[in-house]
Ligand binder design. Sequence first.
Ligand SMILES: Cc1cc2nc3c(=O)[nH]c(=O)nc-3n(C[C@H](O)[C@H](O)[C@H](O)COP(=O)(O)O)c2cc1C
Length: 372
Amino acid sequence: MNAKEVFNTSLLGGIEVKNRFIRSATNDPNAENFIPNKAIFNKYEDLSKGEVGTIIMGYMAFSKSDHYAGNSLELGADTVAEFKKVTDMAHGYGTKMVAQINHASTQLYFQPEGTVYGPSEYTDPMNGIKATAFSKEQIQEFVKEFGQAAAYAKEAGFDGVQIHGAHGYMLNKFMSPLYNQRTDEYGGDVNGRMKIVLDILSEIKSTCGKNYPVWIKLSSTDFEVDNKGLNEKEFLVIGEQLAANGIDAIEVSGGSMAGIHSSARSKKYAAYHLDAAKKLSEKVDTPIILVGGLRDLDEMNNILSETKIEAFSMSRALVRESDLVKRWKNGDGTKAKCIACNSCFNPNGIECFFNLSKEKQQEYREMMQAQS
Ligand SMILES: Cc1cc2nc3c(=O)[nH]c(=O)nc-3n(C[C@H](O)[C@H](O)[C@H](O)COP(=O)(O)O)c2cc1C
């Protein structure tokens, strides 16, 4: 008999959580000096008050080889104390916090000055940015930087870290046969292409201790043209290898900026990574977290009772309703209000269009018109 319940306390990927709802990593493009400002702090407080079990703080930069602006969050010696204020606050509400660590590689919205690194030389179809291949020494340095970033996250009170291995960023590009043309041990077959991720996992465990939870977000496929990118068959191999090497939880996502499908699809898609997540859950004992298009509590209850999937991660639904989990817990089980219009991708700060004042909605429309 399956006794899993969405609202029961459980040990999820090494973290004691109060329910199985996770706020999926959602970046905060309005940070100031690499740290959460008051607006960001308030947003996390609203989510914590809204009974979200675990919040994955999105897209935290860390590497000197990455190009990011002062309005990105950055894990570093100078920023630890500021992140600690957020984790302390969340813990006060019984909400757990995970830091998502990422390197953009070529997936940028601007052409930066200086060299942009990737696994090999390529031109990113998303923006025409050219990548220069990391040398082997640079890979080793990058792995060390990853471990150090995780150590900062631990010091800042995060209950665990999530390696961003999805959505077309650096590690996803390493795993993809389309972008990784290396001929050394970090390229070739899927085992070579994922070696960097296993090295990072082992580096974090040795830096933070073997019991410090390390999660990963993986793309089940990139949906690149002609399926030439990472495909589901290789994703399953990657998931199995990570499980065998001690990853604590795997969030199953997919898509990239250059692919046919983005990671955040429109309304007609519901639970769109369910098949892939289910397949992986049947191959490993590591907890599998499903993300993408989850809006319906009944659907999640069914998935929980009929599959080995352990938890549910949501981004846009919680941008619109930070109190969604609390609402469901209190008995109003109607579907999330999010209509997946993707207007929350607002460069001024991630906010639901429908939660903006009339004036701000107009400003947003004008900004989008100017950009088109
Ligand atoms: C505004 C916005 C920002 C996002 N930022 C990140 C991010 O920093 N890291 C990440 O892994 N995914 C990011 N995502 C993707 C979400 O985590 C999630 O995978 C995707 O939106 C599908 O889930 P949903 O249907 O619940 O929104 C972002 C999505 C949105 C809408």
